[in-house]
Design a binder for this molecule. Sequence first.
Ligand SMILES: CCCCCCC[C@@H](O)CC(=O)SCCNC(=O)CCNC(=O)[C@H](O)C(C)(C)COP(=O)(O)OP(=O)(O)OC[C@H]1O[C@@H](n2cnc3c(N)ncnc32)[C@H](O)[C@@H]1OP(=O)(O)O
Length: 308
Amino acid sequence: MADNSRFDHDLVLAHKFPETTFTYTERDAAVYALGVGACGRNAIDSDELKYVYHENGQQFVQVLPTFAALFSLGSLTNGSIDLPGLQYDPRLLLHGQQYIQIYKPFPSSASLINKVSLAGLHDKGKAAILELETKSYEKQSGELLCMNRSTIYLRGAGGFSNSSHPYSYSNYPVNQAAAPKIPKSQPFAVFEDCTQPSQALLYRLSGDYNPLHSDPMIAEVAGFSRPILHGLCSLGFAVRAVIKCICRGDANIIKTISGRFLLHVYPGETLITEMWLEGSRVIYQAKVKERNRAVLSGFVELHVTPSL
Ligand SMILES: CCCCCCC[C@@H](O)CC(=O)SCCNC(=O)CCNC(=O)[C@H](O)C(C)(C)COP(=O)(O)OP(=O)(O)OC[C@H]1O[C@@H](n2cnc3c(N)ncnc32)[C@H](O)[C@@H]1OP(=O)(O)O
């Protein structure tokens, strides 16, 4: 059992995150798109070339909506988070959930100001759960571009409170960002996509250098037979499936994205994303074909109800 007597929740909650700047270029947007599998099935995929290349005389590459998740990575060092009062083994950190609200389409390059706050902290006994909120503003206009809420699952870091009254603090209604119930009906659409054995090595170049995704020894300590895929990479694959099958290639109609990481994915595994349409909300679940296990589920909210 980990000694979490030095885990100080008051100190953790009192932490004030400094404002950070995040600057990206078209090249970053294109490298990200490749990292989440764009054009991976067909290099001249007419739906996805626009994320990596200026086609048809278009002036700029388009930015995938899940690119927003990268704006929250400024709070991490090598994929882990360091806060006064927080006691945990960074090798045991897992990404639990990601919730993204998009207020306007992303420019192909921009400088952003990120304002980060701690939105929640929970003692689950065997784990501590941290919720971080990042609001990203365009530096030039001051406009709010998007908001990320990231749930970080710290295995072995729970047990810091009284077990008869486990500590729980959240700025938001519990489970607001959690995955919805998966309908029992047949999915409206199903999309199969292969991740590459090198997928995590490519994805990490977008800014999450957590060695859990690249170092076999760290992966073993963390309880995996080999390095695993970044949760946000799997999320990128699933949302690409929604863009293809439901949004007819128009990513600008996406306003909210939510995902809960249910199980790890190994690079090279095949992701099958099943989708159900409920008005302007798409419920999705991604499974790993090789192990027939659900690895990610969530929803995507659209600005319009698609006419299909
Ligand atoms: C700021 C930017 C941050 C980004 C940082 C990201 C850094 C990255 O480099 C790291 C990664 O990408 S890791 C890879 C992606 N993530 C994963 O593979 C995790 C997959 N999920 C699991 O293994 C288990 O669900 C597991 C282990 C998470 C939970 O399984 P169990 O331990 O069996 O949990 P269980 O007993 O079912 O539940 C215990 C309590 O925890 C809540 N919970 C469960 N899964 C959760 C999840 N995924 N997210 C959030 N909360 C979760 C349960 O609700 C339960 O609480 P309660 O008892 O109150 O219901």
